[in-house]
Design a protein around this ligand. Structure first.
Ligand code: FES
Ligand code: FE2
Length: 358
């Protein structure tokens, strides 16, 4: 009986990686600087999408499939602000309406349209709404004001990962992994002991708060700027906003003053955009409120992104994704730990969102 129960639990945990992707949501389609007047094709939620800017600089997202014979629009060319299909020349404006048919009688069939997606430019990010346009609600975008605040400096990056996006959502919601996976890349001391944890949930958001008292903060995080020779309060918190926008807050401050804004602060932004069920685009930014003009720190965070986010987090997630299909057949029984609570709650919230979209 216990065995069947463990089996069911494993099946249930695995289902989280096969859950239909949430469509009624904002995702980072690209950093603002990635998209120019040239066509920029990118697959998002299993949809081929072409992004570009009009001559006036407005960013546009259209389905990258010509409604005539399905040729990718991105293999055609730009004609002013319009896209011309490279196959037979149908031309579409930036709303997706067909405005020219150079073939035969030149008549434009009523259905000749490209689907256009709500696209919003905010905080240097192009946010795409992949679901019902009538439900696109700007207030659901995570607050990244620090990206534009001169009191902060941000190093941005990104890469493609071959895994279901939930593997990285769960990775980020359990920062305890840093003590092992990022021990070297993060410069984490052996005596870092978790003192307090709490979880706050509100609407489509969840906060996972972790406090280490009397700690030596990780060397890579604050580097030479971390106060020397004193023990500090070090917090490593994560905010999740449905479905896959996350922001970490790592801070160190005098004992008893955690999170009061008095110490050094680091915000890690993580925007996870599913490409397909088992591949994704990972966009990240590391923002600090100290040593704004120190190129050595810029380089330290670039290295951290390369080593920790790309080589370590992404590699382990890709390895896990490669094993998902065999887990049941191999008889592996998955277990959950007390530190998996945030990940489990987020899975339940996403189950409900996916259910509402069926
Ligand atoms: S496939 Fe695009 S015009 Fe024919
Ligand atoms: Fe990590």
């Amino acid at each position: 009986m216990g065995d069947i129960g463990a089996n069911l639990e494993t099946a249930r945990l695995l289902e989280g990686y096969e859950r239909p992707l949430i469509r009624n949501a904002w995702y980072c389609a690209a950093w603002s600087h990635e998209v120019t007047q040239e066509m920029f094709p990118r697959r998002i939620l299993n949809m081929p999408i072409v992004l570009y800017r009009t001559e006036a600089g407005k960013a546009v997202a259209l389905l990258d499939i010509c409604p005539h014979k399905l040729a990718p629009m991105s293999q055609g060319k730009k004609v002013g602000d319009n896209l011309q299909c490279g196959y037979h020349g149908l031309e579409f404006d930036c709303s997706g309406a067909c405005v020219r048919n150079p073939q035969g009688d030149g008549r434009i069939p009523q259905e000749a349209k490209l689907r256009s997606f709500p696209l919003l430019e905010r905080y240097g990010v192009l946010w795409i709404w992949t679901g019902d346009p009538a439900r696109a609600d700007e207030s659901k975008i995570i607050d990244l004001r620090h990206f534009e605040d001169p009191a902060w400096r941000t190093i941005k990056g990104g890469h493609h990962v071959d895994c279901n996006y939930m593997l990285l959502v769960e990775n980020l919601l359990d920062l305890g992994h840093a003590l092992f996976l990022h021990k070297t890349s993060g410069g984490i001391s052996d005596d870092l002991v978790l003192s307090e944890t709490s979880i706050e949930q509100e609407g489509d958001m969840l906060r996972d708060l972790r406090l280490y008292r009397d700690a030596r903060p990780p060397a890579t995080i604050f580097g030479k700027y971390a106060p020397k020779g004193v023990r500090l309060d070090y917090n490593a918190d994560m905010l999740w906003v449905a479905p896959s926008m996350l922001m970490s807050h790592n801070g160190c401050s005098e004992t008893g003053r955690a999170r009061d804004g008095s110490g050094l602060s680091l915000r890690g932004t993580h925007l996870l955009t599913p490409e397909t069920q088992h591949t994704m685009h990972y966009f990240y930014g590391t923002s600090r409120n100290y040593a704004l003009d120190d190129p050595e720190i810029d380089e330290a965070y670039r290295r951290f992104q390369r080593d920790a986010l790309k080589a370590e987090d992404s590699r382990v997630s890709e390895a896990i994704d490669g094993l998902l299909g065999q887990t049941m057949a191999l008889g592996v029984r998955m277990v959950t730990l007390s530190t998996d609570v945030s990940g489990r709650r987020v899975n339940r919230m996403l189950d409900r969102m996916a259910e509402a979209e069926r």
